[in-house]
Write a protein that binds this ligand. Structure first.
Ligand SMILES: Cc1cc2nc3c(=O)[nH]c(=O)nc-3n(C[C@H](O)[C@H](O)[C@H](O)COP(=O)(O)O)c2cc1C
Length: 405
């Protein structure tokens, strides 16, 4: 059983992550974690903060000579702007007058935060509800992503739309039709989308989106969007239909929905499937040399809470950023009068980054169910278990049904 926890405030000294349960001898280099941390910071429409900081993770424990020890891994992502925040965020006695924040932003966690935790300063709730926390998640989940690579499981993403601007070509159709090149991998999608400032797959689409973001910026407004996250190379049989919490689709939905500002998650054709006939919706089973496959992949790689072996296709929708430079109405809690919501340094759009975080969370969910199935205290043991299962799977099916023919 793998698990992770993160700690740290947005403008605190550092974020930390504690990761447990991975087998020993998994190779992981510091640069690998930093590479994905950097990807989380990309994207046209991000705020000033992304320019101040380039996140890097320091490994404090659990890894020796670039290999996991099977012990808890702790990671530290320093706040490079900490010197400017010491007075406001110190855990020590308050030494200077620090202005309290009293105007909650609609769409953020400000009002619910002070209500629930009985604070008299919204700063106390902003700090942890901020998506800065996802830097620690990306660092933690890169261990999962690296682990999955050992088994040929690859994860990538692309942005489908921002502010309602969709591409000419419907890329998801290709995924659902299982109309993919032989060497297609999840990561190949990110190799393409990472080249774009908004992580889309077409230049013309990128330009249209950038124009829309410029319009939003001029209006002091923000935008959201939709994105796809795809995992390839999974074996049949991760997850199960036995209990609500053993279903792979349920686990993935929880993981992706836990990302700040994500408001919808679907697997496969999702909402569209509800409008179709069954015959247009399900994936016909075919016999292949290796075993079985499907003509299409509208199910998005999961049936009965269990991986089918086809790519896992997850779509998610991110709402527009809550902090507006031309704010909407709120109430000043100090005067109880109607005022404009508070402005502060903020992103205009963060959909490209959100997709990278979704890759990380998807990696985590798959690794969790993978290790649940194959176990092992060392990576060598996990590989033995995995190979044994794959080798015998199709023969078992054949021999189990032999006498029924
Ligand atoms: C990568 C990323 C960056 C974000 N940046 C901001 C931001 O700069 N300003 C802001 O108001 N919200 C930002 N958000 C969204 C808020 O974190 C989120 O709306 C808030 O935590 C409330 O949670 P909820 O939207 O899930 O209800 C960001 C989200 C993500 C995923």
């Amino acid at each position: 059983m793998i698990r992770f926890l993160t700690a740290g405030e947005s403008h605190g000294k550092a974020l930390t992550a504690l990761v447990e349960g991975f087998p020993s001898n998994l190779k992981i280099e510091n640069e690998y974690i930093n590479f994905h941390l950097k990807r989380r910071q990309m994207g046209y429409g991000r705020g000033q903060r992304m320019k101040i900081e380039t996140d890097t993770a320091e490994i404090l424990s659990g890894i020796r000579f670039q290999k996991t020890l099977g012990t808890p891994i702790s990671l530290l992502v320093k706040n490079r702007d900490w010197d400017n925040w010491v007075e406001k965020m110190t855990s020590d006695k308050r030494k200077a007058k620090v202005e309290k924040i009293t105007i909650p932003r609609p769409g953020h966690a400000d009002l619910v935060g002070i209500s629930k935790y009985n604070f008299n300063d919204i700063r106390n709730s902003i700090e942890r509800s901020s998506a800065r926390e996802t830097a620690a998640r990306v660092a933690a989940c890169s261990i999962a992503r690296r682990f999955l690579e050992e088994f040929g499981i690859s994860i990538g993403s692309f942005v489908e739309s921002i502010g309602g601007i969709f591409p000419k070509k419907n890329y998801s159709e290709k995924l659902f039709n299982n109309d993919l090149p032989k060497n297609f991998t999840g990561w190949s999608l990110s190799e393409l989308s990472d080249k774009s400032d908004v992580r889309v797959l077409e230049k013309e689409h990128e330009l249209k989106i950038i124009n829309k973001i410029k319009t939003a910026k001029k209006r002091g407004d923000t935008l959201g969007g939709t994105f796809y996250t795809v995992a390839t190379g999974l074996p049949v049989g991760l997850g199960s239909f036995i209990q609500y919490d053993t279903k792979l689709d349920a686990e993935i939905a929880q993981s992706i929905m836990s990302i700040n500002a994500v408001k919808a998650v679907s697997i496969g054709t999702g909402y569209e499937a509800a409008e179709k006939f069954g015959s247009e919706s399900h994936d016909e089973i075919i016999k292949t040399k290796e075993g079985f496959s499907r003509k299409t992949n509208r199910a998005g790689g999961i049936e009965g809470g269990t991986s089918t072996g086809l790519p896992i296709i997850v779509k998610a929708a991110m709402k527009p950023i809550a902090t507006l430079m031309s704010p909407i109405e709120s109430v000043d809690l100090a005067t109880m009068k109607s005022v404009d919501a508070r402005r502060e340094r903020s992103d205009f759009v963060a959909v490209p980054a959100c997709a990278v975080i979704a890759e990380s969370m998807l990696a985590w969910s798959i690794a969790k169910f993978f290790l649940d199935k194959f176990g092992g205290n060392s990576i060598e043991e996990t590989k033995d278990n995995y190979r044994n299962y794959i080798k015998k799977l199709n023969n078992r099916i054949k021999s189990n049904f032999k006498n029924k023919r």
